[in-house]
Design a protein around this ligand. Structure first.
Ligand code: URA
Length: 425
């Protein structure tokens, strides 16, 4: 077996054999296949695709590249959620303790933001003392004692994906459905959850800009999970406008705590409850009411225990950026569009995100929205507040917001998009 013949097979639109796939993933993980060879193969896959059998084998080979976790010692069924990434998508923060409060165990391995999308670990790290890096034993202990854990995936989990994802990121090969599906599902299957709910985002602020691509990605991932014995369901959800009223690390933690306290923006509450119902159903937990667990404070209790178990102080004051800049509505009328991607880029430019994996993020930076599509606005009223520790970035952030909203004449009727667009099981 050699790398060149594997690359040629895919370059010439052939089907990779199971032996070719097993060999190339293993040899790449061990360093025998070079980065330039793997990037040529990734580009051939992006251009020529893979069929379901190839994707299944590719995923299995990435799982086999590392360890598998085992939660069978837990007394509760496990349920996990994975979002394909968006702007203002803080749902994991209220969702994990909420589902735990309803009776499932939630092992939530999460990631960091890159580019315009935020990362759950960056958000939680704005809580003083909170630690993302746990050993497998610590993870199991937090899960067992609090019902939920949100932490970084250890180095031993799907190491082939870690290497390949970093390579795809710098070779223009992220946006290939077979590679995205196998990347996400190899980590989730290796993590050992019994059930999984996928939140596949659709719209300007998501990887998948249109619903057909999102459906294909979702059904590929549902098929992979099901084949590996993980009960998997996907919701396709709107990401044409930011979720909630904040995009940025500490800003999103604050909003999540509002949701756990029984308040918070309606769209965040609606999606949190919809995903919680799917997770509880997939885990086989009957008769639990997530809306009640938000209202009666039981989800908040789990949140406080979960944060404290990872070194965080749930009562600590969250960091606030040193400087603010208010953007006002240029005219009166009805806000009919507010673009998720543009707001995400603004938050990123203000310091909430990173350009390279090793860059630090600012805890307080981001965008706070004062109006959402459907709201009536008056000329001169605040539309959004930009937050940063580095005010020289305001102009750069404002550039990304040029043309990012529409205001129609007062009285224009507006039909909001549903948050959940489709369900694939
Ligand atoms: N998230 C992942 O983990 N992998 C991808 O390829 C894309 C999003």
């Amino acid at each position: 077996m050699d790398a060149i013949s594997v690359i040629r097979t895919k370059r010439d639109r052939g089907e990779l054999t199971p032996e070719q796939i097993d060999w190339v993933i293993d040899a790449y993980t061990r360093g025998e296949v070079a980065d330039e060879q793997m990037s040529a193969l990734a580009m051939a896959i992006l251009l020529n695709g893979m069929n379901r059998a190839e994707i299944a084998r590719w995923t299995a080979a990435m799982i086999a590249s590392g360890e598998r976790m085992d939660f069978s010692s837990l007394s509760r069924p496990t349920a996990d959620k994975h979002s394909t990434g968006g702007v203002g998508d803080k749902i994991t923060l209220p969702l994990a303790p909420l589902v735990a409060a309803c009776g499932a165990a939630v092992p939530q391995l999460s990631g960091r933001g890159l580019g315009h999308t935020g990362g759950t670990l960056d958000k939680l790290e704005s809580i003083p003392g909170w630690r993302a890096l746990l050993s497998n034993e610590e993870m199991l202990h937090v899960l067992d004692t609090t019902g939920a854990v949100i932490c970084a995936a250890g180095d031993g989990l799907a190491p082939a994906d870690k290497k390949l994802y970093a390579l795809r990121d710098v070779t223009g090969t992220v946006e290939a459905i077979p590679l995205i599906a196998s990347s996400i599902m190899s980590k989730k299957i290796a993590e050992g959850t019994g059930s999984l709910v996928l939140d596949v985002k659709v719209g300007s602020g998501a990887f998948m800009k249109n619903i057909d691509d999102a459906r294909e990605l979702a059904s590929t991932m549902v098929g992979l999970g099901t084949d590996h014995g993980v009960k998997t369901v996907a919701l396709l959800t709107d990401m044409s406008t930011p979720l909630g009223l904040t995009a940025g690390n500490a800003l999103e933690v604050r909003e999540s705590v509002e949701v756990l306290a029984g308040g918070g923006p309606a769209d965040v509450v609606e999606l949190t409850i919809a995903l919680a119902r799917e997770m509880l159903d997939a885990a086989g937990v009957k008769d639990a009411d997530p809306a009640k667990a938000l209202a009666d404070g039981s989800a908040m209790d789990v949140w406080r225990r979960m944060i404290a178990a990872q070194g965080g102080d749930p009562d600590a004051t969250l960091p606030v950026a040193r400087e603010q800049h208010v953007v006002t509505a240029p005219e009166s009328g009805v806000l009919t569009r507010l673009d998720a991607y543009d707001v995400g880029v603004a938050a990123w430019r203000l310091g909430a995100g990173r350009a390279r994996k090793e860059d630090p993020v600012q805890a307080g930076a981001g965008v706070e929205l004062h109006a959402k599509p459907g709201d009536t606005v008056t000329a001169g009223q605040p539309l959004m507040t930009l937050h940063t520790d580095t005010p020289e970035k305001f102009d750069y952030a404002l550039k990304s917001l040029e043309g990012s909203w529409d205001i129609a004449a007062a009285g224009t009727s507006f039909t909001p998009k549903p948050i959940v667009l489709d369900r694939i099981a």
